[in-house]
Design a protein around this ligand. Sequence first.
Ligand SMILES: *[C@@H]1O[C@H](CO)[C@@H](O)[C@H](O)[C@H]1NC(C)=O
Ligand SMILES: *[C@@H]1O[C@H](CO)[C@@H](O)[C@H](O)[C@H]1NC(C)=O
Ligand SMILES: *[C@@H]1O[C@H](CO)[C@@H](O)[C@H](O)[C@H]1NC(C)=O
Ligand SMILES: *[C@@H]1O[C@H](CO)[C@@H](O)[C@H](O)[C@H]1NC(C)=O
Ligand SMILES: *[C@@H]1O[C@H](CO)[C@@H](O)[C@H](O)[C@H]1NC(C)=O
Ligand SMILES: *[C@@H]1O[C@H](CO)[C@@H](O)[C@H](O)[C@H]1NC(C)=O
Length: 388
Amino acid sequence: MVRCLAFLISLAAATNLYATHYNGNIYTLSLDGKNSLSISSSLKTCGDAPSWLTFDSSARTLYCSDHSGNGTKNGSLSSYSVNRDGKLTELAKTVDVGSAVHSTIYGGKHGREKYLAIAHYGGSALSTFALPLSSDKEALQVFRYQMSQPGIKPQQDAPHPHQVILDPTGDFLLVPDLGADQVRVYAIDQHSGRLNVCPSLNYTAGSGPRHGLFWKSNSLDSAQTPVTMLYTVSELGGHFNALLVSYLSSGCLGFRETQSFVPYPGGQLPTGAVPAELAMAGTSLYVSIRFDQGFPPNDSVSTLARSSNGTVTFNEITSSYGAIPRTFSINKKGTLVAIGDQASSNVAIVIRDPQSGNLGNLVANLEVGQPGQASNSSTGLSSIIWGE
Ligand SMILES: *[C@@H]1O[C@H](CO)[C@@H](O)[C@H](O)[C@H]1NC(C)=O
Ligand SMILES: *[C@@H]1O[C@H](CO)[C@@H](O)[C@H](O)[C@H]1NC(C)=O
Ligand SMILES: *[C@@H]1O[C@H](CO)[C@@H](O)[C@H](O)[C@H]1NC(C)=O
Ligand SMILES: *[C@@H]1O[C@H](CO)[C@@H](O)[C@H](O)[C@H]1NC(C)=O
Ligand SMILES: *[C@@H]1O[C@H](CO)[C@@H](O)[C@H](O)[C@H]1NC(C)=O
Ligand SMILES: *[C@@H]1O[C@H](CO)[C@@H](O)[C@H](O)[C@H]1NC(C)=O
């Protein structure tokens, strides 16, 4: 009886994580208790190059984007049901623009339909689909981007949308475009899920905005004027930017930059080092830094502190516990961070102090699939999320 109870408790305590690898698999990882991380299942799926997962926890549905293809050669988009032990069953697979790297769910207001928006890096496009996905369903909209001339950095040969961000009102989608030095802005028509083009937020040439997120101050805090901020990291220029967001009567967004700095000790990145992922929990922001070798043979995660008025200051760097931390994800409780290191192809679970926001020791570490090559961004572990 006691053993049986202990077994049930340990089952309840297991948390699932999902990782994509460019070897063509989605892995389900299980974190038992505090520090035992293992692969509980894997599925060969999601085209040739699974790159990103978005989890709809209320529907227990996972969406996988496929990095294969480009602007002319299509890729795929797949959905999966997730059972209690984290096993995946493919629900649908359809054709999408190629070279997808990120997706976000939007819509669903007042019981309306939900939609998925997908950023296509090499496909130079944004596509949207009505949910639930079904096999052979066609995109609701596809926006294909062009540039009259290449940008100033070698990576800026074409537009390269890298992410889709939903604003706190749920009425706008933002798409950082690393190639075009802008964050594209769309107003959502909640009745049809269709997107209307708004003026872009423009960056200095060569910035290469990659990822971003919104923060809205608590309107109950009467000491402060309520603010909505957009924070972004730029891969090519290496900057963290803070922008004050305003909701304009035109139905679009206005932005005013309040801060721009390099989130690294001394305000300068080592040669070749580039920011990648950005996340927030409590009053802290985190930026993964690839290729800095801050903790050899590992790279770094940079921790920033946000004050109640939205101003952000650099705090410290800590080890990413692997090479090339392309993505990382914070659990709901804010007590653990899962870092997906691409080249070393490991998932490192690091303690986070929910009070201070500081990252602490490595508590679990697991190699997932074969290591990638630092020189080839189409190899290794591509993403990690918590299945919460
Ligand atoms: C797209 O991919 C196809 C197949 O790999 C290739 O033949 C084609 O040259 C690529 N197009 C571009 C614009 O890179
Ligand atoms: C890509 O997919 C779209 C939509 O399904 C289709 O119209 C188009 O013909 C496809 N392109 C290629 C090259 O297969
Ligand atoms: C950004 O630049 C584009 C032209 O490239 C322009 O249409 C747009 O209005 C600009 N955005 C803002 C907010 O000024
Ligand atoms: C915001 O808060 C920080 C830290 O409390 C303070 O140093 C800064 O002056 C404030 N900025 C503004 C614009 O009020
Ligand atoms: C680098 O990461 C590995 C885990 O991948 C860890 O065992 C090692 O202690 C780390 N070293 C440093 C200096 O961070
Ligand atoms: C990078 O890796 C991919 C996937 O294994 C492979 O298809 C491609 O040829 C490699 N590129 C280079 C330049 O080695």
